[in-house]
Design a protein. Sequence first.
Length: 90
Amino acid sequence: MLALFQDFGCNMSLKIHFLDSHLNSFLDNCRQVNDEHGERFHQDTANVEKRYQRNSYTAMLAEYCWTLIRDAPHVHYKRQVKRNRKSEAD
């Protein structure tokens, strides 16, 4: 890829240079990250299954989804409780 850029007389951007220099280690790193995510998924589902023995799978799936949302540090839950001011005055 570098040779093609040089043949055309193009300046290579920093992004292309970074991608080209890290392309060899990408597949090995991708496999490791994929294995880590798969292992965590199986651990999380095993914990949820232990808590919800003999209960519905719908509740178990909902619990797992809320666990993912709760554990994501970059996601903010913005729903607020809407209160009726007339009922508070009573």
